[in-house]
Write a protein that binds this ligand. Structure first.
Ligand SMILES: *[C@@H]1O[C@H](CO)[C@@H](O)[C@H](O)[C@H]1NC(C)=O
Ligand SMILES: *[C@@H]1O[C@H](CO)[C@@H](O)[C@H](O)[C@H]1NC(C)=O
Length: 431
């Protein structure tokens, strides 16, 4: 059924129920205004529903259902309501790609800042100064009278020039450089600890400017990626700032995912062995690895996220999102997720059989199914072979090479675990 027809039915039903016997037939004008209806209301910061106002969802949440229609205020907290929400029967779901991009994607990005990352700083209030000295780029950011400084290091592939600029992968924590350089991709790294310490000390360029804010280091590292890109764009003509990948592994993979989510200039997001708070699901956490959960991640490194995420400790199944929601909000931009089957730490299987296929349903809905890829490889946590495993997809996206590898192959993990996302049987079908 084409979406305008669905809209007609919904609109007519609403009108008839409101006007009982009165025969009001919606005019074409009315139909069009319904199609461009206002988005569901988005709460202001810190006014979001708390865990107890959200239904307990044992399966991963329906990405098509706006938050305003997910709260138990809507339904008196009934178990029937939770069941409807989980199975894609929640009312007022997103119906079209247009509505997704206009309403739901911005809502998710704000919701994730509220519940997980903390509110990302307003870049329009920042001044970025960059200077280049050989293969070092010095970056100075000033906002509100405060300044933070860090630097990035370049490795350019042979042949890169201002007239033939190379795409770039910006990484934190190091990566496998040679195959990328040989493929003609520039590598840029920065010392993430100089942007934001991986500790409660809250030192580094980000905190020199934004001290006191309730922001996690994942968002602070994301900010480091973005300001590095500003600086490359201003000082390195051998790099094409419109073809940009971001990567990191483990906690730094969680940071790379945040970097891809929070800046639409990022062409390709490449989280490696990222785990929970990244591409590992909060739900179904015990499928593989050491059982990384919201609880143990928040206990081990509370500084990764904002304080609000801590209020969901012991209530992770009340979170109105999961890792697939983060991935889906990056669409239609490209995302390749790498996990090793020998990873002792993160839930590789959960990422491969739940998070990836669930996010791909949204990419497919948006007509961007070819922009998301899952690399399941042998080897352990942060094994450098992951960079080889994803390279064919990276060159496909950044250099338009023909894709020969099948990134829907979940290897020894087999098939998607469709029981984890029962709303999939009710994915809206755009015309
Ligand atoms: C690079 O800088 C130019 C000039 O300020 C700007 O128009 C462009 O959007 C920037 N590109 C990126 C990727 O930031
Ligand atoms: C990418 O490659 C395909 C075929 O290999 C070609 O048709 C297309 O024009 C290329 N796109 C760009 C932007 O170079």
């Amino acid at each position: 059924m084409a979406p305008p027809t669905i809209v007609t039915v919904a609109f007519t039903g609403l009108l008839l129920s409101l006007t009982s016997a009165a025969a009001i037939i919606p005019s074409q004008d009315n139909l069009e205004s319904r199609q461009e209806a206002a988005c569901a209301p988005v709460p202001s910061p810190s006014k979001y529903p708390t865990w107890s106002q959200l239904p307990l969802q044992t399966t991963i949440p329906d990405p098509f259902l706006p938050l305003a229609y997910t709260t138990t205020d809507n339904a008196g907290g009934s178990a029937t309501f939770a069941q409807d929400v989980m199975t894609g029967k929640g009312k007022n779901r997103i119906q079209t790609p247009e509505e997704w991009y206009r309403c739901r994607q911005p809502e998710i990005i704000q919701m994730l800042q509220e519940y997980q990352y903390g509110y990302y700083p307003d870049h329009s209030q920042e001044t970025v100064k960059a200077t280049r000295s050989g293969n070092t780029v010095n970056i100075e950011v000033t906002a509100g009278g405060k300044t933070g400084r860090f630097s990035a290091t370049l490795s350019l592939p042979s042949g890169a020039s201002a007239s033939k600029p190379a795409p770039v992968v910006i990484n934190i924590g190091g990566m496998s450089n040679q195959p990328y350089l040989q493929a003609g991709i520039a590598i840029v790294g920065f010392d993430y600890t100089r942007v934001a310490s991986d500790s409660n000390a809250k030192t580094g360029a980000f905190w020199d400017i934004y001290s006191g804010r309730d922001i996690g280091s994942l968002a602070a590292w994301a900010w480091g990626f973005h300001r590095t890109l500003d600086a490359l764009n201003a000082t390195v003509p051998e790099i094409d700032s419109n073809r940009v990948g971001v990567t990191g592994c483990s906690r730094l993979g969680k940071g790379a995912l945040a970097a891809g989510l929070l800046d639409k200039r990022i062409t390709l997001t490449m989280p490696m062995s990222a785990g929970v708070q990244g591409t590992g699901p909060y739900r179904y956490h015990g499928l593989s690895g050491q059982d990384e959960t919201l609880e143990n991640s928040k206990q081990g490194a509370p500084w990764w996220s904002d304080n609000t995420l801590g209020t969901f400790v012991n209530h992770a199944e009340n979170l109105p999102y999961d890792a697939h929601t983060i991935a889906a909000a990056i669409a239609p931009r490209a995302l390749v997720i790498d996990q090793g089957t020998g990873d002792q730490f993160t839930n590789s299987k959960g990422t491969a059989v739940i998070v990836y296929p669930a996010a791909k349903l949204v990419y497919d809905f948006l007509g961007a199914g070819d922009k998301i890829a899952m690399s399941v490889r042998s080897g352990g946590h942060c094994d450098m072979s992951g960079f080889n495993s994803i390279l064919p997809f990276v060159t496909h996206i950044l250099q338009n090479t023909t894709l020969t590898k099948d990134y829907n192959d979940l290897g020894s993990y087999g098939s998607p675990m469709t029981t984890a996302y029962p709303w999939a049987t009710a994915v809206p079908k755009p015309a």
